[in-house]
Design a protein around this ligand. Sequence first.
Ligand code: CA
Length: 231
Amino acid sequence: MANVDILVVEDEAPIRDMLRLVLEQANFTVRAAPDVQAALKILETKLPDLILLDWMLPGMSGIDWAAKLRHDATYSDIPIILVTARGEEEDKVSGLDTGADDYVTKPFSPRELIARINAVLRRFGKGEKPALIQVDGIVLDAEQHRLHIDQRPVELSPTEYRLLEFFITHPDKVYSRTQLLDRVWGRSAYIEERTVDVHIRRLRKILAEFGRDAMIQTVRGFGYRFSTQSH
Ligand code: CA
């Protein structure tokens, strides 16, 4: 199973360390930040599968950040669990449209936290990632980064692999070049949008050898979509 990557944003170091320990023991990969600013830096490198976000943070609060992420196309499908203190905050969170997908109230047991995380991941289809991603004769080995089409091994560059993996795991949705850059290359990569076109062309050429190039569809004026159905 490929690892599920969780970003923890918590300003209190002892709690942050406790969360890291609990999550790592449950086999999650953990990255942690003390505030939103540091969390944004982490998001630039690679998007996590879930964000565990403390409500009370210095600077921007967790709840404000959750609302912001919800309205940003790059981040809007990352599930967020808000962490609150018992009392007032709890009532507010439960009654508000916070942008968070669930919340846990301190103090919570490790077991409760892991159960909540797994439930949210399942809801988002982000539970344990299968080692093999398969669609229509295309098989990606997520651990070894290998591709087979119609049982034949196919050479791919790491970028082309990530691009194909992103497409296959996000089918039937249109992504702009900017969104693809953010999601496949990462925000820290300052790459021109036409780089996306270059890699799409290469990927299509490879897929064409197997009669599958129509799976990557150009949506004029917007971007690209991966689909096993013709549109
Ligand atoms: Ca706090």
